[in-house]
Design a binder for this molecule. Structure first.
Ligand code: NAD
Length: 348
């Protein structure tokens, strides 16, 4: 299994393989970059088919966290951890405590948090063995659900994109298609509704869709029809890779801004959107509200107002990215990556 020649290897500072015979733990922690601070990133528990698959995931995800934290202006680097296990069958307290010891052995260079397959209860078990756990609320409501913060960030991002592309601050009558009305999508839809936007919603969960549509008086369409909706903004808030070549060709919107991770099915989609005159909002910039809140939980001066104000900064960061993208004739996706690298790997 090559590591230094792996396609996803990007000068990661440390990659640690850990195991514990008694609990059956098999885990990898990747620390991509700690220039800005300790590497924060969630713990994914997933029954990977092979060690190679787990390594690919942890290398890619840890690198992504360096970019996200840098553009969210956090004093944090990028890292990620994976446990090769089925979270429904193999997640035992012993396994999580062993994971805590592995995290602890890195002396704070890596801070863990929730990700798919791990939740707040798991973080409490990990915290029995290490203090380097970021996903446990110390302040405010211990809801453990970052989605209201993520949604507020996406809303601020969307306002910034609409200001740049459509030249308007008032969202009254703005038409927005929201793909996926789960945790983040539903909160986003409510913010948009309160600002006077006209919504077209979809979800494969027809009951949740009908419920929200009634609450907001919104139109609904079948999942396959959302990309054809006659709207100004398309907000992908369901799964990754929503922006395929076919979708990009069909989109009626001139702005894309949503919560989903890894929206571009391939990196070339950034250029295709650009060629069609559609402003793409880099996903990891727009959806950083949750990680911003986790970072604030580590501070003693936490306040909800300060968290929300920091999240609102996403709008200004995107304003900078959109302006530079326009000057350089580049996609905002490329400019965001460049700007992030300038922040965590400054020249010299
Ligand atoms: P969620 O599971 O609560 O919501 C996703 C919704 O999408 C569900 O209601 C699901 O039924 C729906 N869906 C699935 N496939 C669909 C399809 N083909 N068409 C339409 N709808 C479909 O997840 P979430 O927490 O709201 O997160 C949404 C996205 O945002 C994910 O990509 C997630 O990785 C990303 N994200 C979330 C957060 C957060 O704070 N929750 C933070 C950063 C990024």
């Amino acid at each position: 299994m090559p590591v230094f020649d792996h396609p996803e290897f990007d000068h990661h500072q440390r990659i640690v393989f850990g195991s514990d015979e008694a609990s059956g733990l098999r885990a990898i922690i990747a620390i991509h970059d700690t220039t800005r601070g300790p590497a924060l990133g969630g713990l994914r528990i997933f029954p990977y088919a092979s060690d190679a698959e787990a390594l690919t995931d942890v290398l890619r995800l840890s690198r992504g966290m360096s970019y996200k934290s840098a553009l969210a202006d956090l004093p944090l680097g990028g890292g990620k951890a994976v446990i090769i296990a089925d979270p429904r069958r193999h997640k035992t307290p012993e396994l999580l405590r062993a994971m805590g010891r592995l995290v602890d052995s890195l002396g704070g260079a890596y801070i863990t948090a929730e990700d798919s397959g791990s939740g707040e209860d798991d973080m409490r078990l990990i915290a029995e063995a290490t203090e380097h756990v970021g996903g446990l609320p110390r302040h405010g409501q211990a809801s453990g659900d970052p989605s209201p913060f993520t949604a507020w960030g996406v809303y601020c991002a969307l306002r910034s994109a609409v200001r740049h592309r459509l030249g308007r601050d008032d969202l009254t009558g703005l038409r927005v298609a929201v793909q996926g009305v789960g945790h983040v999508g539903a909160h986003l839809a409510r913010h948009l509704h309160a600002a006077g936007a006209r919504l077209v919603l979809t979800d494969v969960d027809t009951a949740a869709l009908a419920h929200l549509a009634e609450e907001l008086g919104a139109e609904t369409v079948a999942p396959g029809a959302i990309v054809d909706a006659e709207v100004d903004v398309f907000a992908p808030c369901a799964l990754g890779a929503a922006l395929s070549a076919e979708v990009v060709e069909r989109l009626q919107a001139t702005v894309v801004c949503g919560a989903a991770n890894n929206q571009l099915a391939t990196p070339e989609m950034a250029q295709r959107l650009q060629a069609r005159g559609i402003l793409y909002t880099p996903d990891y910039v727009a959806n950083a509200g949750g990680v911003i809140e986790i970072a604030w939980q580590r501070r003693d001066d936490y306040s909800r107002e300060a968290v929300m104000a920091h999240i609102e900064g996403i709008g200004a960061t995107l304003g900078e990215i959109f302006a530079r993208a326009e000057r350089e004739g580049q996609s905002p996706a490329i400019v965001a990556d460049d700007l992030a690298r300038e922040r965590f790997r400054p020249a010299g």
